[in-house]
Write a protein that binds this ligand. Structure first.
Ligand SMILES: [Zn+2]
Length: 71
């Protein structure tokens, strides 16, 4: 499942498919740069809450980049 991506900003390991999927959705589907939720929020100048809502939204659309079992 996860392939050992690390947050580009803080180095935290990203183990959640939802975090990786959100990076792809909000930055670029081909991105090689991944951020954890907190750093992604900072990068995009939004709240972590907003990102969590986005994850819910993409999941409810059945996006394959996200899965339902985590959190
Ligand atoms: Zn980070």
């Amino acid at each position: 499942m996860a392939r050992g991506k690390k947050c580009y900003a803080c180095g935290r390991e990203l183990v959640k498919k939802n975090e990786l999927g959100l990076n792809k959705k909000l930055i670029d589907p081909e991105t090689q740069t991944f951020y954890c939720l907190e750093c992604l929020a900072e990068y995009l100048e939004v709240d972590v809450e907003f990102l969590l809502e986005k994850i819910q939204e993409f999941r409810s659309q059945g996006c394959v980049l996200f899965d339902g079992g985590e959190r």
